[in-house]
Design a protein around this ligand. Structure first.
Ligand SMILES: Cc1ncc(C[n+]2csc(CCOP(=O)(O)OP(=O)(O)O)c2C)c(N)n1
Length: 513
């Protein structure tokens, strides 16, 4: 057994069952080992950003890491933006990055680069395996690092001779340690703030915005009147009919400031203090009012459900809030094909158990509130602000949950960063419906020009336009092997969406706005 095989066997033994790969010469022994080891599904991605984004989507839904297989520094670099998103989502990911043989590095062959430096930008754990007998142990350590709460990016660099040399024994992956429980003083501080009677917000992210966390938060709100608010971008929210509805802090800085105005106590669970996405001239970076007292009930790595449960017990909050069930929207028949009618249509038609991957950018501003009463579903967002995640994330989510419909709400400009992941959806026959919001522009940046106080001329506006030439998404999807339709009026959109949701397998709808 060579080092590569000892690594693959170690990964599989540690529960890593999927590898999103774009290999090269230095990874050939790893690829060859896949044939000798059962239990690893290997998924070819045509660009490394597709592999890393898929690993993120997979981890969000499977709650465990997949691995990637990337080709030296350039391959890892191509995957960096979506590893950044994975890091921000606190997704566990194990990167396996090939490297020149140890003795070859000194000769500075063309693909030589500082892989550890590139990896360090996004990884909580980086190691270059020193020899083939060590590879299995390093692989086990990488999986353990990735699974360390709240979920981390771990990068194992594999020099070619450590892959082809004689391997050591398969290494057991230690069980992931339980999340740390918070100190009683945090429960007491939060309870005191909530008993003060002053305006308070429970600011939620991480596990606190899944079904159980929201149920506990709702009991606390019913008892104390605290307002529940989720962070702007969430890795995975469990929502829809029968679940606790929650608003998110708005993205635009003025709206975010208004949402928190008057708050005297901000209690944070599973996330960090709210900050503006960007600095804007004359506007603050921190969004909570200056006189607001901020306390942390549970950090992202800590046991948020336990903390919420103990806080609820401390407050005697044992009953859910009385709330009338929200009515599910009906598909609109008038109003034209615009964001609001699209939002209502999604609210009406999203199927039970859908996994929504939301990279809608400006078209999607009303999608979230209008889908609150849709059938129960998961909602995955662009957690790191680095666009080009949607199509890969949907690909990974579909591999994690083959029995659920994945619906990718996709702005066109963002989709073009990683459109070739459609080919992986076709090759793997994944049940993903991609809805492209074809406004043929970087619409959000037009608004940002004004927000930062810039005074755009023709050249600046031209940088934000995608209409010359217009991208033909139907042809593009078909070129990648995915069936597709274009719609340009509301009636067609509703009809095509119904049909697309009823079929299985990859499909794309270009929605001309
Ligand atoms: C990796 C990366 N590059 C560039 C940007 C800057 N950026 C933010 S939004 C945006 C354009 C988004 O356009 P589109 O996806 O079509 O959405 P729309 O604004 O039209 O709704 C760009 C280029 C980014 N966020 N991430």
């Amino acid at each position: 057994m060579n080092g590569a095989e000892s690594l693959v066997r170690t990964l599989v033994g540690g529960g890593v069952e999927v590898c999103f790969a774009n290999p090269g010469t230095s990874e050939m022994h790893f690829v060859a080992a896949l044939d000798r080891v059962d239990g690893m599904r290997c998924v070819l991605c045509l660009f490394e950003g597709g592999a890393t984004g898929a690993a993120d989507g997979y981890a969000r839904m499977a709650d465990k890491p997949a691995s990637t297989l990337l080709h030296l520094g350039p391959g890892l670099g191509n995957g960096l933006a979506n590893l950044h998103n994975a890091r921000r989502a606190r997704s566990p990911v194990v990167n396996i990055v090939g490297e020149h043989a140890t003795y070859h590095r000194a000769f500075d062959a063309p693909l030589t680069s500082d892989i550890e430096a590139i990896a360090g930008a996004v990884s909580a754990w980086v190691r270059t395996s020193p020899d083939s007998r060590q590879v299995a142990q390093d692989g086990a350590a990488a999986v353990a690092a990735a699974r360390t709460a709240p979920g981390q990016v771990a990068t194992l660099i594999l020099p070619a001779d450590t892959a082809w040399g004689e391997g050591g024994p398969v290494a057991p992956v230690p069980a992931a340690p339980a999340r740390a429980q918070v100190d009683d003083s945090r429960i007491a501080a939060a309870a005191a703030a909530l008993r003060s009677g002053q305006p308070a917000v429970l600011f939620l992210g991480g596990r606190a915005v899944r079904e159980e966390g929201l149920r506990l938060a709702d009991r606390i709100a019913a008892k104390t009147g605290v307002r529940l608010l989720a962070q702007v971008s969430n890795a995975r929210m469990e929502r829809g009919a029968g679940r606790v509805p929650i608003e998110r802090l708005p993205y635009p800085v003025d709206q975010a400031l208004a949402a928190l105005a008057g708050t005297r106590h901000l209690i944070i669970v599973g996330t960090t203090v709210p900050v503006a996405f960007f600095a804007y001239p004359g506007k603050p970076s921190l969004l909570a009012p200056a006189d607001c007292e901020t306390s942390i009930l549970a950090e992202p790595a800590e046991d948020q459900l336990d903390a919420l449960r103990r806080l609820a017990d401390e407050l005697g909050a044992d009953a859910p809030s009385a709330r009338p069930a929200l009515a599910r929207p009906v598909p609109p028949t008038t109003g034209g094909l615009v964001p609001d009618t699209i939002a209502r249509t999604l609210g009406a038609l999203l199927p039970e158990g859908a996994i929504v991957c939301d990279e809608s950018v400006s078209t999607g501003r009303t999608f979230f509130p209008m889908t609150q009463a849709a059938a129960p579903h998961d909602w995955l967002q662009l957690s790191g602000g680095s666009i080009g995640l949607g199509i890969p994330m949907a690909t990974g989510a579909a591999i994690a949950c083959p029995d659920r419909k994945v619906v990718n709400l996709q702005a066109d400009g963002s989709g073009l960063y990683t459109a070739q992941s459609l080919w992986t959806q076709a090759r793997e026959n994944l049940d993903v419906l991609t809805l492209i919001w074809a406004n043929r522009s970087y619409a959000i940046l037009r608004a940002e020009l004004a927000h930062v106080g810039a005074n755009p001329g023709r050249k600046a506006l031209d940088m934000l336009s995608l209409d010359n030439p217009p991208v033909d998404w139907v042809a593009l999807a078909r070129g990648y092997g995915v069936e597709a339709r274009r719609v340009s009026d509301l009636g067609d959109f509703v009809t095509v969406l119904r049909a697309a949701l009823a079929r299985k397998g990859p499909f794309l709808v270009e929605v001309a706005l």
